[in-house]
Design a protein around this ligand. Structure first.
Ligand SMILES: Nc1ncnc2c1ncn2[C@@H]1O[C@H](COP(=O)(O)OP(=O)(O)OP(=O)(O)O)[C@@H](O)[C@H]1O
Length: 307
């Protein structure tokens, strides 16, 4: 296991997360989730040895992180912070090249093989046409890719990203998440990333680390979701408190859409109403009344007349 947490307690004066025992292997991609302020960034900083542990150990590649110099740490882990400062007057190629400088003093010329590698990273991220752009001229999506490129140039086995999809539109979020999963699978990188877009991000993650109630719940994505009903339970979106869902017999997407429509528009208990979707109609039954609707507008009208 590349990253190991052993009886780890993290926090500041008071603990945020207690007695964690878990690990991650190379080739895995893990999503770190939890409400604002539960300690995601603190956990990341603790792994990076930027914040002191309160108790226990963190091991990277079998070595306690507190034993690693900052250079040795950089050889093991590359980091992309969401609030990364944009260095002024540098091009995209410069930024990605910076990843190589963990290996040399800053005044060194990069070796030809390093320059070649930087070019390959630029190509692999589909950024060739922006190679010589100033960073301030890049779109948010491409800038985020460039920061990931810098992390790749560092050649470390693990990459940690703090909210890599913040500020991106849906299309760019998916591009970044696909890219991260590809890196884990094709280059055997261990990727740990936090995200508030976790409903989307979970589609790309092998594992989830969920922080709640000062505990870290770690496991295979789908298993964590199954065991933490509160994450997927649509009740959390309920706009109307008094709404109780009807029985719905329909394909998954139709069920979801009907549920979504009803919970926004009705405050009532619909548990006695049964909806069955038989293309192209919704058959509705309620206390021996049968009705057929072919649009959500008609369904709304039917239900309004019912109550
Ligand atoms: N240097 C510090 N000293 C003391 N307390 C801190 C320090 N940094 C953060 N905290 C507190 O620790 C708690 C966890 O903060 P952290 O940034 O780790 O949460 P987070 O889960 O990343 O939150 P968010 O989702 O909002 O980014 C917060 O209550 C924060 O105020």
């Amino acid at each position: 296991m590349f990253l190991q947490l052993k009886n780890t307690t993290i926090g500041y004066k008071t603990p945020l997360l207690k007695e964690v025992n878990t690990s991650l292997a190379l080739g895995e991609i893990c999503l770190l989730i939890g409400n604002n302020g539960v300690g995601k960034t603190t956990l990341i900083k603790t792994i990076l040895n930027q914040t002191d542990l309160l108790k226990g150990e963190v091991l990277l590649n079998g070595i306690k992180t507190e034993m690693l110099s900052s250079k040795e740490m950089a050889e093991q882990v590359a980091v992309v912070f969401s609030k990364s400062q944009i260095p002024a007057n540098y091009t995209l190629r410069d930024l990605i090249s910076f990843g190589k400088y963990i290996h040399y003093p800053y005044y060194f010329e990069l070796k030809e093989s390093d320059q070649q590698e930087v070019e390959e990273i630029i190509e692999s991220l589909n950024l060739s046409q922006y190679r010589d752009f100033q960073l301030s001229q890049l779109s948010d999506g491409n800038l985020q890719k460039a920061f990931i490129g810098r992390a790749l140039a560092q050649n470390s086995p693990m990459i940690i990203l703090d909210e890599p999809t913040t500020h991106l539109d849906e299309e760019n979020k998916i591009i970044i998440l696909k890219l991260l999963r590809n890196l884990a699978k094709t280059q055997n990188k261990l990727i740990l990333f936090s995200s508030h877009d976790w409903r989307l991000a979970k589609e790309f993650a092998d594992k989830i680390w969920l922080i709640s109630n000062e505990k870290l719940h770690a496991g295979i994505t789908e298993e964590i979701l199954l065991n933490h009903n509160e994450l997927l339970n649509p009740n959390i979106f309920h706009f109307n408190e008094g709404f109780v869902a009807p029985q719905i017999f329909a394909p998954e997407l139709h069920t979801e859409m009907l549920y979504s429509f009803l919970q926004k528009n009705f405050k009532t208990d619909l548990s006695a109403v049964k909806f069955t979707f038989t293309e192209p109609f919704w058959e509705i039954s309620n206390n021996h009344i049968q009705y057929k609707c072919d649009s959500f507008e008609e369904i709304a009208e039917f239900l309004r007349n019912l109550h």
